[in-house]
Design a protein around this ligand. Structure first.
Ligand code: PAF
Length: 279
């Protein structure tokens, strides 16, 4: 695996390989099995796989965990080598933002709901850095996790709006044995909170089962909010159309239960997508 820290060197390397398909997996490090599944997907799509590790300051607001974000570089590198990744891109902030961090791309309304209502600048920062990676790497494919479902839709619309010729691929949320969605931020949980955390996913699963059994969306959402708030501080829980995160209509068949909670100082997100029968 070759390591690049500059746009120039990475481009030079990739330009000699453009007769192959190239897949990009952007990350912020703190790699776990979920990231490795993204790499596996990338390898199934393309001959050349590039992984980036960059903790992007513009997607963190003041008071969030930018300074504390887990840095596990030595183990990240070993994991990526074991997966035979071709190139690891490790840029500095100046390399990504040589002209400062102003951005002219705004993600629009979809960036203001759900997580965006609690982190108003977050998705503009994500779009800004992903756009930059797309310009530098110019991959045929880019692979993202479905745990960050809202992010995934925002990146798909970025590709469309800016006419990138990049196929966005995703993989389902990878879970621990007890159901907790894999996340770098799970490291922040105390042992006791880690024991309680899988309850988040079990409430989402119970809500899906209740909806499939015919409970109304209103009642299912109310019950889920009541149950979740007994154990966690709930930021939001919504039941929406999974295609565009809008309200469910009679014609909607793909449904998402999507939620963010806080507990013990840690913010966790999760979602569950399913198809509605009998429509
Ligand atoms: O999902 C993430 O880890 C980040 O938001 C991303 C896509 C790497 C952009 O910094």
């Amino acid at each position: 695996m070759q390591i690049f820290t500059t746009e120039k060197d990475l481009k030079l390397f990739l330009d000699s390989l453009r007769n192959n398909n190239i897949a990009l997996v952007p990350t912020m490090g703190g790699l776990h099995e979920g990231h490795l599944s993204l790499v596996d997907k990338a390898k199934s799509l393309a001959q050349i796989v590039v992984v980036s590790i960059f903790v992007n300051p513009t997607q963190f607001a003041r008071g969030e965990d930018f300074d504390d974000y887990p840095n596990t570089f030595d183990s990240d590198k070993l994991l990526l080598e074991s997966k035979k990744v071709d190139a690891l891109f490790l840029p500095s902030k100046d390399e990504i933002y040589p002209h400062g961090t102003e951005s002219d791309y705004k993600v629009g309304d979809i960036g203001q709901i759900l997580c965006g209502a609690f982190r108003p600048t977050h998705f503009n920062g994500v779009a800004q850095v992903v756009r930059r990676f797309f310009e530098i790497v110019n991959p045929n494919y880019a692979v993202f996790g479905e745990k960050d479902f809202q992010q995934l839709l925002i990146i798909k619309s970025l590709v469309k709006n800016l006419n990138f010729k990049i196929k966005i691929e995703s993989i389902p949320t990878q879970r621990e044995e007890d159901g907790l969605a894999m996340s770098t931020r799970n490291q922040y949980l105390s042992d006791l909170d880690r024991e309680k955390a899988p309850h988040f996913y079990s409430v989402l699963s119970d809500t899906r089962d209740a909806l499939l059994d015919g409970k109304s969306i209103y009642d299912a959402r109310e019950d889920a909010l009541n149950t979740l708030s007994k154990s966690f501080e709930v930021e939001y829980l919504e039941v929406l159309d999974a295609n565009n995160l809008t309200q469910i209509e009679t014609k909607t068949t793909e449904i998402i239960i999507i939620s963010a909670i806080r507990f013990g100082g840690t913010r966790l997100i999760d979602n569950l997508v399913f198809r509605r029968k009998n429509v």
